[in-house]
Design a protein around this ligand. Sequence first.
Ligand code: SF4
Length: 353
Amino acid sequence: MSMEFTRRDLIKNFLFLGISTSLSPISIGASQKRDVRWIPAYEKLELEGKLAQRVKQAYAFLENCQLCPRKCGVNRQKGEKGFCRAPVNPVIFSYHPHFGEEICLVGGKGSGTIFFSHCNLRCIFCQNWPISHEGKGKEIQDEDLADMMLHLQKIGCHNINLVTPTHVMPNIINATRIALKRGLCLPLVYNTSGYECLEILKILDGIVDIYMPDMKYMDADKAARYSAGASDYPEVTKKAIIEMHRQVGVLKLDHQGIAIRGLMIRHLVMPNRVAGTEKFVKWVSEGLPKSTYVNIMAQYRVEYKAYDYPEIARGITAQEFLEAINSAEKYGLTNLDPQSLALKNFYQNRRTH
Ligand code: SF4
């Protein structure tokens, strides 16, 4: 039996994925009301007659896969699999409104999150390892992916949040074009590990409105040890983030405080300074505007194979988190995630009482 989602399956899957049906549908036009003149980047590109060419250009990469810095060179169109083990079609683990993302993505109705299975980085501490390492999920067609985007829009989500998109980038932009023709008008959030090739990001120029890369490590040895030999991660990701900023600039919000365009960098604080936070914030302060949105994240937990690596086989301490966020402030970063600042205040108040 086919593993593909049918349109009818969308509703069933929505229930299967445990999403509350109490989320009342709202009209597609509702998101436009927040700013009447705002239209997504990909719509402008389509109006210029350039989006179809980008889809073609992206698909060509699948024949000799160079979609990410692993550059495996496999022919995914013929069923060959590279490091990420992804087939040519997207594999989806789940799609739903997500209320655990940054406040400016979540708003009142949630961030329309689509979790793609497989991953080109495969960190040994991954919290989503059954999805990213083992590829759990359902293989679908690009048309079904477009249906999912439209469904998320219909139930009121503020954006389409593409989690681990790198290895399925051609499918995403094809699906976006299909969905655009049927009324999609939400910003795409490219929620990536940051391990991206510049030539691929150039294809996304004018399609993605919000880039949300991680910056996981600043040190090649740490990247190699914890992310499957990717010793080039720090250098590659720094260049990728600079390019993302060139394309979309500093984060902009609409009048309701919802993100509509720009760069949002995530940095997960790790035990024993493994993530190199001080180097990271220094790098941001020297290479990007100080108003760049940065989320210093405290939620590291020991997962998957991290138990085997003593350096990261524990959660972070309050002291480690405070040190990280204080160094972001010391280097003059002015647009830190409000939830991470609230957590800082909470820990500081506890220390003084
Ligand atoms: S996307 Fe997958 S197959 Fe393609 S280069 Fe990257 S790891 Fe290899």
